[in-house]
Ligand binder design. Structure first.
Ligand SMILES: Nc1nc2c(ncn2[C@@H]2O[C@H](COP(=O)(O)OP(=O)(O)OP(=O)(O)O)[C@@H](O)[C@H]2O)c(=O)[nH]1
Ligand SMILES: [Mg+2]
Length: 325
């Protein structure tokens, strides 16, 4: 059988340095790309097509258990309906303010998505790993347990953390801020559980596919977010870093940004500022108590109806949802 890279799951090969999975010596267990990510924080960005994970999804049977992993920041559950037997894991709890109650989030997903089995975790702060492990022992023993979800949602980090906690050794799966880190399935045993890590689902319109490495790192929050609130009235404009410009029109509302603390959020004058006005734009009507989600960036909470116009240079993927918090 072909040997796989222990970091990303790609089949290892010694023939072509330019192709994925290259190793310079047959005793290496990590491909060159994973070696560079782990040792130098560099990454050769690989844009995987959706066919790869759709093929993996098709291999998941109704008897298998799917652990659907989503970051709490943008809460992307696009593919959740595809699977019969799922446990929803909402991760990166450490990013959301402590004042937000877990019960509220669990209640939100159970009301909106009708998902009853939900665990809120943080791999970084080791929050609720025991709850997750015990749940998996109960409902996943003897089954194949697939970890699936959007790229960057934190699947591999969570699996590594569980390997550390329950096998007592360091997990070796490669993790990074960049999209498409895991390239193929990786089988690991945690205690008696058969876990399979999978490549993340890529949102093709997400801005993360168009940014340089430094900018991607700035989007990935490693700390609790400090929300930034503006009271808005009439017409005005806010710049979200160099990512987008948001022109608003409202009687009165508040606008709270939940994005990485390293991003700059600034109110600018509509009249004498032309920044980003020549870029692409889209208009959205947001009604009472809704959020605007910018995929892989964060979300903006509004308290009253607002009409907004978004200007952006690269593609940007946006959703409107009921207020999460
Ligand atoms: N703040 C915070 N960041 C996390 C947590 N878990 C993972 N991350 C970060 O999220 C980014 C993505 O983590 P990965 O584990 O590589 O995500 P993945 O879902 O395996 O990504 P793909 O392999 O591309 O599908 C990295 O920058 C991690 O450091 C967490 O619990 N809290
Ligand atoms: Mg991964």
């Amino acid at each position: 059988m072909n040997k796989k890279c222990i970091g990303c799951g790609i089949i290892l090969q010694e023939e072509n340095k330019l192709m994925d999975g290259y190793i310079s010596s047959s005793d290496h267990r990590l491909c060159e790309r994973c070696f560079k990510i782990k040792n130098y924080g560099q990454n050769k960005v690989i844009l995987t097509g959706n066919e790869d994970y759709l093929k993996i999804f098709n291999n998941i049977s109704d008897n298998d258990l799917v652990v659907y992993v989503s970051s709490l920041l943008t809460l992307n559950l696009d593919y959740v309906k595809r699977f019969k037997n799922i446990l929803l894991v909402l991760t990166k709890r450490d990013i959301l303010p402590k004042s937000v109650k877990n019960e509220k989030i669990v209640n939100y997903v159970s009301t909106i998505y009708n998902i009853k089995d939900v665990v809120v975790v943080s791999a970084f702060k080791k929050v609720n790993l025991d709850v997750l492990y015990n749940k998996l022992e109960k409902i996943g023993k003897g089954k194949k347990i697939y970890f699936v979800g959007s790229t960057n949602s934190g699947k591999s980090t969570l699996i590594n953390e569980m390997i550390k906690s329950y096998n007592g050794i360091d997990g070796e799966i490669t993790v990074s801020s960049f999209p498409s880190t895991t390239l193929s399935t990786i089988d690991v045993k945690i205690g008696n559980l058969d876990i399979i890590d999978t490549p993340g689902i890529v949102c093709e319109d997400s801005i993360i596919n168009f940014l340089d490495l430094k900018s991607i790192k700035r989007l990935n929050s490693k700390k609790e977010i400090k929300p930034i609130t503006f009271q808005i009235k009439g017409n005005g404009s806010i710049l979200l870093d160099q990512l987008c410009r948001i022109d608003y029109d409202t009687d009165i509302s508040s606008m709270t940004f939940y994005v990485a603390n390293s991003l700059n959020v600034d109110k600018i004058s509509l009249n004498n500022n032309i920044r980003m006005l020549n870029y692409k734009s889209s208009t959205y009507n947001i009604s009472n108590d809704q959020d605007l989600v910018i995929e892989d960036v964060g979300f903006i909470k509004f308290t009253n109806p607002v009409k907004i116009k978004l200007y952006y240079k690269d593609n940007i993927s946006v959703r409107i949802r009921d207020n999460l918090i």
